[in-house]
Design a binder for this molecule. Structure first.
Ligand SMILES: Nc1ncnc2c1ncn2[C@@H]1O[C@H](COP(=O)(O)OP(=O)(O)OP(=O)(O)O)[C@@H](O)[C@H]1O
Length: 295
C-alpha cells in the first residue's frame, strides 16, 4: 500500500535548511496496522504529512497504492486526500466543528464530496460507540468522545488508509485502549490500512509491527512474535517491547544501518570504527587508537 524509498524532506526557512527526512525507506502492506515511533524531531509528523498529501516531499519515491505523491498534480492531490486517506490528529479541534452535532460533523466531509450518506454516518458513530450521543453538540462531549467522533469523520469517505498522528496523546489510558480497539476493529472488518505515529511505546503491543525512526531514517523494526496474539500486553504490563516483539535493525539497499548513539558513545566511536566478520557475526568496535584512549 505504501512504498517510500530514499524519501527526503528538506524545510527551507530563510538561510536555514532542516533535513527532516534523509532518505527514508518504508513499506506498509495493504491491511496492515502498524505504528511509527520516534523521539521528538525524528521526522514522524513530516512523514505522516507527506503520506497524507498535506506536504510535498523534496526527493525520493513515495507511492500510496496507484498514487505517486512526488509527481501528483495539485488537483489530483485534492482527490487523493478526499478519497484515499483519512487523517486523525492529536488535537482533534482541527477536524471538528464544535457548534454542530456529532452526526452533522461526520456528514460534513460526505457533503463536500457530494456523497451524503446518513445511514453510513450513523453506522460509523455506532461503530465508535457513540450511538446514543450522535445528536449531541461537540461541546457536550468529553475529549475521548470527541476523539471517537474524529475517527468516524476520518472514515466518512471510506478511505483505504487511515493515518493517525498521536491519536491517544491527549486521552487517559482507558480511552486510549478503547481507541486502539476501534482501530483494530476497522482494520479487521473493513480491511483498512492503519498507520499510527506516536512516541508512546505502550501502543506497540496493539499493532502488528512497529518501525522506529531516528534522525529522519528508519532504524529498527519490531515485529510481533505471535501475529495472532491480539491485545497483547502493553509495555506497562509486560516490562518491555521485546516481550511482545522481535527487534530487527533496518539495513537499506546499499547495506547502510544506523547504530544507536548510546552504543557509539559507550565505545567512544566518532567518525570511524573497525569491523570484523567471523563467518557468523559482524563485530563493530572502536578503532584501536580510541580503545587506548578510553581504557
Ligand atoms: N515547517 C517546518 N519548517 C522547518 N522545519 C520543520 C518544519 N516542520 C518540521 N521541521 C523540522 O523537521 C524535523 C522533524 O520534525 P517532525 O515534526 O517531523 O518531528 P516529529 O518526530 O513528528 O516530532 P514531534 O514528536 O515533536 O512532533 C525537526 O527538526 C523539525 O524542527
Amino acid at each position: 500500500m505504501i512504498q517510500c524509498e530514499g524519501l527526503v524532506k528538506i524545510y527551507k526557512t530563510d538561510d536555514l535548511e532542516v533535513v527532516a527526512l534523509q532518505g527514508l525507506n518504508l513499506a506498509v502492506n495493504e491491511g496492515e496496522m502498524m505504528a511509527i515511533i520516534g523521539n521528538s524531531g525524528s521526522g514522524k509528523s513530516t512523514l505522516l504529512n507527506i503520506l497524507g498529501g498535506l506536504d510535498r516531499p523534496s526527493a525520493g519515491q513515495v507511492r500510496v497504492g496507484p498514487w505517486d505523491l512526488l509527481k501528483v498534480s495539485d488537483n489530483d492531490l485534492v482527490k487523493y486526500k478526499r478519497d484515499t486517506v483519512g487523517f486523525i490528529w492529536q488535537n482533534n479541534a482541527r477536524n471538528l466543528l464544535p457548534f454542530l452535532s456529532a452526526l452533522e460533523n461526520v456528514e460534513m466531509p460526505m457533503m463536500f464530496s457530494g456523497k451524503l450518506d446518513r445511514p453510513y454516518a450513523k453506522q460509523l458513530l455506532e461503530w465508535v460507540g457513540l450511538k446514543d450521543r450522535m445528536h449531541n453538540k461537540l461541546t457536550q462531549l468529553s475529549g475521548g468522545e470527541q476523539q471517537r467522533v474524529a475517527i468516524a469523520i476520518s472514515l466518512a469517505n471510506k478511505p483505504q488508509m487511515l493515518l493517525a498522528d498521536e491519536p491517544t496523546g491527549s486521552v487517559d489510558s482507558r480511552t486510549s485502549d478503547i481507541i486502539m480497539d476501534i482501530f483494530r476493529r476497522f482494520n479487521r472488518e473493513l480491511g483498512l490500512t492503519i498507520v499510527i505515529v506516536t512516541h508512546d511505546l505502550s501502543l506497540a503491543g496493539k499493532v502488528d509491527r512497529v518501525v522506529a525512526i531516528r534522525d529522519g531514517l528508519t532504524s529498527t523494526e519490531f515485529i510481533k512474535r505471535n501475529p495472532n496474539l491480539d491485545g497483547a500486553p502493553s509495555l506497562h504490563e509486560s516490562g518491555g517491547i521485546d516481550a511482545v516483539h522481535e527487534a530487527y535493525v533496518v539495513v537499506d539497499r546499499v547495506g547502510r544501518l544506523q547504530i544507536p548513539k548510546e552504543y557509539l558513545q559507550a565505545l567512544a566511536i566518532k567518525d570511524k570504527a573497525s569491523m570484523e566478520f567471523d563467518g557468523e557475526k559482524i563485530l563493530i568496535r572502536a578503532p584501536k587508537s580510541l580503545e587506548g584512549e578510553t581504557a
